[in-house]
Design a protein around this ligand. Structure first.
Ligand code: GAP
Length: 515
């Protein structure tokens, strides 16, 4: 099935099974804003807990923070967001549709890569198990030509962005004959800069009110509280501050479901280190964050690291962890070495010292910062798209499955009486009441057992526990495993151990290294 079709099915599945709904849908929705349903909110909470605990429980020197969304307007002057948090926009004069010029060019470059991948896939089928992909990439002239075209285009894009050369950006669109997906024409306006921050008014009267912004990143709340946390917690450098919270961006290219939205959540950690140590810590955090992703058990080949050519105004090194979404490899998380840019600027704009006295060196300095920044919504999309499967179970029989990492699954087990009589519902109710304070449980007695299994597969429940007549005599149940569909008879008393071993967050956290 084409990737596009799979993606459409995934979006429909998310709605049908209570994961994600379009915002204010009864009014036809609001562009690039989404709500999370009964299962979505649990999956989201589990992702956040996995991140939070991996930061704050596994590291003695990382503490949490919850700063306000509204911040003093000078914050955003100091951070550079008022002047530099822009996207280059271009309009198609025929369709009147607006695009990000850099995204149009990146998508064009990705098409060369797709063509190269297709050649590789064809060759893989032709040569079977003797296929040497690395050698083929090096020696096949068609693949080499596609990759060269892609690299050339991306390098020209990077030059134009670094030089802030909007005319050069437009020229790249024209030279490559990039057309508007709606009108199919190449009739483009000039490229203009557009600031992504949402502004609002604080205060009750027009004269007395002042313009403030909805924060476009959570990081600034950490920077302005750096000394509060350091002093009140008597923290010694190196140390980190972690925060999860909402961020807002007036995205122009808001497509691909919850990949790029206007209201989203970030999980950010700022790690404060001595001057000169930024790059070393940047590499350590990059490795650690990749381990965090890999521990979830999705194919390692679905991840790649992408070093930035164009660095944000605050960074001296940056890498993205990219994941292979149904629409290609895209950024899920950014790791940045932010130098002392932010603290220095806040010192400048506030007039307050942002320095740390280092007792081991006997000197004061403005610390440097390594940041790890990941979007909750994007991570959610990554998890759910990697988990969505349609499997042929038998001739003419398929099942839709969310093979979620068990520790993240919103419902851990379903308790199902085989029939609605003979005391089986009462026994199943007893088991549910015993387990539900430790694990989110579903109780379901409606429809055939086969239909109930399929319903739980579609929700992503890792275990179905079936209560039958033998359960009454022996205090045993059958446990059915979602991914293999295998069943096993086990004592009811063993259920907590089985679920803990396979589906607890602790099991996942134990796989992780710490610093
Ligand atoms: N503090 C650094 C920062 O905000 P970023 O690369 O702009 O860096 C970090 O954003 C992460 O936030 C991204 O990797 C992505 O996961 C998430 N993110 C950014 N914009 C987003 C949007 N419009 N919708 C969903 N997630 C977004």
């Amino acid at each position: 099935m084409a990737q596009e079709d799979t993606f459409k099915k995934l979006v429909a599945h998310c709605k049908e099974y209570g994961y994600v709904f379009p915002s204010s849908e009864i009014y036809d929705g609001l562009g690039a804003v989404y709500d999370y349903g009964q299962h979505g909110v649990e999956l989201k909470n589990n992702i956040k807990r996995y991140w939070w605990e991996s930061m704050t429980l596994l590291h003695d020197n990382i503490v949490g923070l919850d700063s306000a969304i509204f911040m003093h307007p000078s914050t955003w002057k100091a951070s550079g967001h008022v002047d530099a948090f822009n996207d280059p926009l271009i309009d198609n004069k025929d369709s009147k549709k607006r695009y990000r010029a850099d995204v149009l060019i990146e998508e064009h470059a990705a098409k060369y890569e797709e063509k190269a991948e297709k050649e590789i896939e064809k060759a893989r089928e032709r040569f079977g198990e003797h296929f040497d992909e690395a050698l083929f990439r090096q020696t096949n002239p068609r693949v080499a030509a596609y990759i060269e075209k892609r690299d050339d285009l991306l390098s020209r894009l990077s030059d134009a962005l670094n030089a802030n050369d909007l005319a050069a950006l437009r020229q790249l669109v024209i030279d490559n004959q990039i057309v508007c997906p709606v009108s199919g024409t190449c009739n483009w306006t000039e490229v203009r800069q557009f600031n992504l921050m949402f502004a609002t008014e604080m205060g009750s009267t027009a004269e007395g009110s002042s313009k403030i912004y909805l924060r476009p990143e959570t990081a600034q709340g950490i920077f302005v509280n750096f000394l509060n946390v350091q002093k009140s917690g008597r923290m010694k450098i190196p140390f980190g501050i972690a925060q999860i919270g909402k961020a807002f961006r007036n995205e122009i290219v808001a497509r691909q479901f919850i990949f790029r939205v206007r209201e989203f959540e970030q999980m950010e950690m700022q790690y404060f280190v001595p001057p000169g140590a930024g790059i070393e810590w940047f590499h350590r955090w990059r490795d650690l964050r990749l381990q965090w992703h890999l521990a979830l058990g999705f194919a390692p080949s679905a991840y790649r690291l992408h070093d930035h050519d164009k660095l944000a105004h605050y960074a001296d090194a940056a890498t993205d962890i990219e994941f292979r979404f149904p629409f290609g490899f895209k950024e899920v998380e950014g790791i940045h070495s932010r130098t002392d840019f932010d603290l220095r600027r806040h010192q400048e704009f506030s007039g307050k010292k942002m320095q740390y006295f280092d007792p081991s060196l006997g000197v004061s300095y403005i610390p440097h910062v390594v940041e790890t920044s990941i979007g909750v919504d994007r991570m959610f999309l990554q998890v759910i798209s990697a988990s969505y499967r349609e499997e042929v179970v038998a001739a003419g029989d398929t099942r839709v499955l969310l093979a979620l990492p068990p520790a993240l699954a919103p419902v851990k087990l379903a308790v199902l009486p085989l029939v609605k009589k003979d005391g089986l519902p009462e026994k199943a109710g007893e088991i549910t009441r015993r387990l539900r304070l430790d694990y989110p449980c579903h109780y379901d007695e409606k429809d055939s057992i086969g239909k109930r299994y399929r319903r739980q597969d579609a929700i992503g429940t890792p275990f179905c526990v079936t209560v039958d007549h033998l359960s009454l005599q022996e205090n045993t149940v059958t446990i059915r495993y979602r991914d293999t569909m295998q069943q096993e008879r086990v004592a009811i008393d063993r259920l907590p151990d089985i679920i803990d071993e396979k589906a607890s967050l602790k099991t996942l956290l134990r796989l992780l290294p710490s610093l």
